[in-house]
Design a protein around this ligand. Structure first.
Ligand SMILES: [Zn+2]
Length: 434
């Protein structure tokens, strides 16, 4: 931190000040160290707050970026919008990776985000971070990014790096287990075969399995980030084009360009979704038609996949009472796919032991099959998660369009307030001037 060029930090603060005069809801905070130098900087603009209101259920907080001249930790707060693309909630620079710094950062974040807490937070494996999350977000589910685990496993095991079978086995453990027993069996087989049972890193990772294993994390919403088909696309897609020589001011320019790129991609996605109908090789009717009407194009793909699987399942009724029916649904020859679906006829309420809806926000093929069985042709309202629909952000767009016209005076007001505040400061010492 001592190496930060004073001019560079000041220039960034000046830029943030200018941003604030243009955007009434722009927020930034600077924390000074004991020596009077800047130690942490945090900022977010008004659209980031809007996005967090809608997509703030899942937060990816990645602090592994060190690409700047001062080796400061860059900490972007990233989310996932209804088109399965990244959106930015806030960004910060911090001087060290101690618990106190993370606590400051998370507390600042909550304070300017209307105290809304995410359901799940994804981070890399770091004890200081885990402590901070426990302290500031005790009810949020902390999970580890599988991408980082994979990277760490590869760095730690140089010799296994080129072993395709090991990589496959590791990947099976990370991504492909739906049930706990299945994970335990695969993990044990892998660690025995490659003689890793006594290795401390693997032991530690296994101890932390509650924080990353998809089969143990299905009771909290994670926007499906943990699901195998999505983990690839969400890995490290931020791609700030910064380097070890980048100054803070340069970084801010790169940051703005990234955000502008993301936002124009979002506008394009919104436009495409509003104008086109999803293509599918299946007949577009019934529940699939309804899904095409309400979900964005990318979410429709997820629903369509489940829909396709549902047609290949076998169903067995295993119990019933007055109001509810209990089924077992499975794919043929795949015993691991068997799950129990509890179905209440009157309300279409359902509970499936795979917990796909709770974890990802769209229905599993088990439940879709049961709906078919009961001739239901529309997805019940409570199973259409608004955050995945085409209209997730419509209210925000409308509101911004009709925004209060007095907003145009905000830059003027900001300038005048600063000017007259200085005058007040100058005159306060003297009774006459006061
Ligand atoms: Zn299910």
């Amino acid at each position: 931190m001592e190496q930060i060029e004073a001019g560079d930090a000041q220039t960034l603060v000046n830029i943030l000040n200018q941003e604030q005069s243009k955007d009434p809801n722009f927020f930034f905070r600077v924390k000074f160290g004991k020596d009077g130098r800047i130690s942490n900087i945090f900022w977010r603009d008004s659209m980031m707050l809007e996005d967090y209101r809608i997509y703030g259920d899942v937060l990816v907080f990645d602090t592994t970026y060190r690409t700047n001249r001062y080796n400061l930790i860059c900490a972007p707060f990233v989310g996932m919008n209804n088109h399965w693309h990244n959106c930015m909630f806030a960004c910060a620079f911090i001087g060290d990776d101690k618990t106190d710094s993370f606590v400051w950062l998370l507390e600042t974040f909550l304070k300017v985000m209307e105290n809304k807490k995410p359901t799940s937070i994804f981070t890399d494996q770091d004890q200081a971070m885990a402590n901070a999350i426990e302290q500031v977000l005790p009810n949020t589910r902390h999970r580890l990014c599988i991408w980082h685990l994979e990277q760490n496993a590869i760095t730690i095991f140089g010799a296994l790096k080129k072993d395709k079978e090991f990589k496959y086995a590791f990947n099976q453990c990370l991504n492909m287990c739906v049930k706990e027993q299945e994970f335990e069996a695969k993990w044990q087989a892998m660690t025995q075969r490659y003689e890793l049972t006594a290795h401390s890193w693997y032991q530690r990772v296994c101890d932390l399995k509650e924080k990353w294993c998809p089969s143990l994390s299905r009771d909290f919403f994670s926007a499906g980030i943990l699901s195998s088909q999505r983990s690839e696309s969400t890995n490290h897609a931020i791609g700030f084009r910064a380097s070890k020589a980048t100054t803070l001011t340069e970084f801010y320019t790169i940051f703005k360009k990234t955000i502008n790129r993301w936002r124009s991609a979002e506008k394009y996605d919104e436009f495409t979704c509003s104008k086109s109908i999803a293509f599918t090789s299946l007949p577009l009717s019934g529940m699939l038609k309804h899904a095409a009407q309400v979900f964005t194009l990318s979410l429709f793909r997820d629903f369509e996949e489940e829909f396709g699987y549902s047609m290949a399942t076998t169903v067995q009724m295993i119990g019933r009472n007055e109001e509810c029916l209990l089924y077992q649904v499975a794919l043929e020859d795949k015993p691991w796919s068997a799950h129990q679906v509890n179905y209440i006829h009157e309300s279409h309420n359902v509970w499936c032991t795979c917990k796909n809806f709770e974890a990802s926000g769209w229905l599993c093929y088990h439940y879709i099959r049961i709906l078919h069985l009961h001739s239901v042709t529309r997805i019940p309202d409570k199973y259409v998660s608004k955050r995945w629909t085409k209209i997730a952000k419509t209210e925000t767009w409308d509101r911004l369009k009709n925004q209060d016209p007095t907003h145009q005076y905000i830059p003027w007001r900001q300038t005048m307030i600063r000017k007259y505040y200085n005058l007040i400061l100058k005159s306060q010492e003297n009774e006459e001037t006061r």
